[in-house]
Ligand binder design. Structure first.
Ligand code: C2E
Ligand code: CA
Ligand code: CA
Ligand code: CA
Length: 277
């Protein structure tokens, strides 16, 4: 063991060691979750801010820790899933669960809301992804137009021919494509009209700061104006209060999600939420 006298170097090694141990722990948890069916999908409603009606939901993954019974959030394991390649299996599980769940609710409530699913860049390199999506849609009966694929700007920047093919094919199939966390990546504006993008999701950080920060307000307005010119819709993420909602509505942003309406909740709670809405 190192001597305490080694000072900062010792502390550095300790925290590095801690990080490695944490990563290994989450990798074990992830593998176990995939094997033992401990992957949970939570749903956060997406709202028409004007009419207050629910137009869709975003699927957000969690893991139920079998030892503690607690719910583990994706920030702890998504990057590990990406690095280990387990994201393929995880993504498949989330997509299947979300599509089947949402189709059940569409039937139950006789409504045509959509489901928004997050895809990691690596999933676009996955062999058979298109067939997988087709199969899941067919099996569930969900129309392709009710599946919204959330991707990040970095995928478009890579401009890889395989992902270009997959995106175009998904769009041809009828699925909708959304850029997640829009505005936080690179200034990828030139890529916007090279891919069939339908929706921009304004990152929560802009919505959060728009109350006090005029620069963020004008960024939100700029994104809204640009989306109009490009024929894209905009969804605001992370709406937490009435001020933010009123600001967005006044600037013509009609779609949003956030704690003001609901946190992401389990399927049964989401079903109850819809019943009582
Ligand atoms: P994201 O796609 O940007 O999802 C939005 C995150 O913001 C979610 O965190 C959500 O719970 C949180 N959020 C929603 N409304 C509010 C609000 O009003 N205030 C605040 N403070 N937060 C809000 P979550 O569920 O922890 O997910 C974190 C990230 O993990 C997601 O960010 C996404 O990048 C990733 N992720 C989640 N599920 C999946 C998945 O199935 N596949 C992949 N590849 N990534 C996923
Ligand atoms: Ca998302
Ligand atoms: Ca987002
Ligand atoms: Ca995010």
């Amino acid at each position: 063991a190192k001597q305490m006298g080694r000072g900062t170097e010792y502390i550095y090694e300790q925290s590095l060691q801690h990080e490695i141990t944490e990563k290994a722990r989450f990798e074990v948890l992830l593998r176990r979750a995939l094997e033992d069916d401990l992957i949970l999908v939570y749903y956060q409603p997406i709202i028409d801010l004007k009419t207050q009606s629910i137009v869709g939901a975003e699927a957000l993954v969690r893991i139920k820790d079998p030892d503690t019974g607690s719910v583990v959030f994706p920030d702890s394991f998504i990057s590990i899933a990406e690095d280990t390649g387990l994201i393929t299996q995880l993504g498949e599980k989330v997509l299947q669960t979300a599509v089947l769940d949402i189709q059940k609710l569409r039937n139950k409530f006789n409504q045509d809301f959509y489901i928004s699913v997050n895809f990691s860049n690596r999933q676009f390199q996955q062999e058979g992804l298109l067939d997988l999506v087709k199969d899941i849609l067919e099996l569930s009966g969900l129309p392709p137009s009710s599946l919204l694929v959330e991707l990040t700007e970095s995928l478009l920047i890579q401009n890889n021919s395989q992902s270009r093919h997959v995106l175009t094919s998904l769009h041809d199939l009828g699925c909708k494509l959304a850029i997640d966390d829009f505005g936080t990546g690179y200034s990828a504006l030139s890529y916007l009209n090279q891919f069939p993008i339908d929706i921009l999701k304004i990152d929560r950080s802009f919505i959060e700061k728009c109350e006090s920060n005029l620069t963020d307000q004008s960024l939100v307005v700029a994104i809204l104006n640009m989306s109009q010119g490009l024929g894209m819709k905009v969804v605001a993420e992370g709406i937490e209060n009435e001020f933010q909602k009123a600001f967005l509505l006044s600037k013509g942003c009609n779609l949003g999600q956030g704690y003001l309406y609901s946190r992401p909740i389990p399927f049964d709670d989401f079903s109850t939420y819809l019943e009582q809405y």
